[in-house]
Design a binder for this molecule. Structure first.
Ligand SMILES: NC(=O)c1ccc[n+]([C@@H]2O[C@H](COP(=O)([O-])OP(=O)(O)OC[C@H]3O[C@@H](n4cnc5c(N)ncnc54)[C@H](OP(=O)(O)O)[C@@H]3O)[C@@H](O)[C@H]2O)c1
Length: 235
């Protein structure tokens, strides 16, 4: 597949490296331009391009940037993209810890639905609830006991099927996470979030998530993130 990746950080560069290894034609862009991505090009084997070129001709585009940066993407970014392009959102909202406040999300909007509105395209939510180190190191062949499972949520069945297939080829069990409206079940702090669960446990964790606890899930995720940052600052 021709794949564009927006964001060359922990998740974007890991996906770039692994998707190149799988034989995909991968282009990567950030906000600072291809000159700033020379090391990423060497490390991943992907082609580095300007942001305007990353979606052109792509069959699938992964958006993997901080949530607040979504609003900074070029306004017409997807205007030249294929009508059927599959857009994957790996994002999570960490207000004040990393992200500037986004009023719609603070008011309870579902994160990937907000992203979809900003981009003007349907999105599939995937790869948001696994830490980059696990994504890099824990992929194994299908059928391996304890294989880590990743949920895939979205409203277009064909797009979800493509992303679920990609998840599997990357070494993880793909779980149907339901519609984009249900993707809050895999947001930060929920039972499914970043615990490297197998398929059985992931399905149970998604089912166990409670909508009335959404604000609490976010607070718990923020508290954990603050603790990690504090420990790093001390070290
Ligand atoms: N790290 C994890 O373990 C993890 C796990 C699951 C999901 N996620 C989520 O995935 C997303 C990416 O996380 P990450 O940890 O990979 O981020 P990261 O390491 O901080 O990298 C962010 C990347 O986005 C680029 N970027 C920032 N603003 C941009 C813009 N306006 N246009 C284009 N590129 C832009 C940055 O490059 P420039 O600043 O040079 O443009 C950088 O390459 C976040 O929403 C995060 O919550 C992260």
């Amino acid at each position: 597949m021709k794949i564009g990746i927006i964001g060359a950080g922990a998740i974007g560069s890991t996906l770039a490296r692994d998707l190149v290894k799988l034989g995909h034609e991968v282009r990567v862009a950030n906000s600072r331009g291809p000159e700033s991505l020379a090391k990423i090009a060497v490390a991943t084997g992907a082609t580095v391009v300007g942001i305007a070129d990353v979606v052109k001709g792509a069959q699938l585009v992964v958006v993997s940037i901080p949530e607040f940066a979504i609003a900074n993407l070029p306004h017409n970014l997807f205007s030249g993209a294929d009508e059927d392009v599959v857009v994957v959102d790996t994002g999570n909202y960490y207000p004040d810890v990393r992200d500037r406040r986004i009023p719609a999300l603070d008011a309870g909007a579902i994160e990937s639905q907000w992203v979809s509105e900003q981009l003007g395209r349907p999105v599939v939510k995937a790869f948001n609830n696994i830490v980059a180190a696990s994504l890099r190191d824990k992929g194994v062949p299908a059928g391996t006991p304890g294989r880590v499972a990743l949920p895939v949520a979205g409203d277009r069945a064909e797009s979800k099927a493509i992303v679920m297939d990609l998840v599997d080829t990357l070494g993880f069990d793909a779980i149907n996470g339901g519609s984009l409206g249900e993707s809050w079940r895999q947001q930060p702090g929920t039972p499914s979030y970043c615990h490297d669960l197998d398929a059985h446990a992931m399905k149970r964790a998604l089912a166990d998530a409670r909508p009335e606890r959404l604000a609490q899930y976010r607070e718990e995720a923020l508290a954990r993130a603050r603790a990690v940052l504090a420990a790093r600052a001390k070290a």
